[in-house]
Design a binder for this molecule. Sequence first.
Ligand code: SAM
Length: 177
Amino acid sequence: MKKNKNQSNIDFRFMSFFFKIRDKIHPPIEKIIKANIKQGDIVLDYGCGSGSYSIAAVEIVGSNGKIFAADIHPLALEKVRKKAEKKGCTNIETIQTDCATGLDNEYIDKVICFDVFHDIPHKNDLLKEFHRVLKSKSILSFDDHHMNEDEIIDCITSKGLFKLVEKKDQQYNFIKI
Ligand SMILES: C[S@@+](CC[C@H](N)C(=O)[O-])C[C@H]1O[C@@H](n2cnc3c(N)ncnc32)[C@H](O)[C@@H]1O
């Protein structure tokens, strides 16, 4: 499997600063709602970055749910852990990975994959991993402003693992087939 390199720490910190501004303009909770995340859900936030969506999701899933925040970059996971600690959340777990999550088969209710897929060299391997960990007919919620709509739909559905069920603005919800 081809591996991708992570960003420098400086680039990562710059990106995190930019996301703080983005999150003021577009509150992360909006995308969590569009992903149909519900109380009690177990969620995988793949390519979690500084954790904007993991932290928003934990508000919705509550203490009966759980968030797995996965990223290739150690600083991302450190940021998520610090944010979770500050909020007193014990149900956010971090995973450092460039693809395999180590999660059980059919364990996850929702995968969210926001603004990361364009950067993945081994896209089909990652889709297989999402398919493996998701429960039957569960949702992969996806956005990536670096890819156009045709590319997104083709990339996610062409191997017969997912089908598109809804589009909300630039966010696409695919269901596990
Ligand atoms: C543009 S950021 C998006 C972060 C977050 N999803 C958001 O929208 O706020 C992309 C993130 O994906 C991570 N990333 C890149 N390639 C990855 C891979 N193969 N596996 C896991 N994470 C990856 C980067 O380290 C970075 O934190």
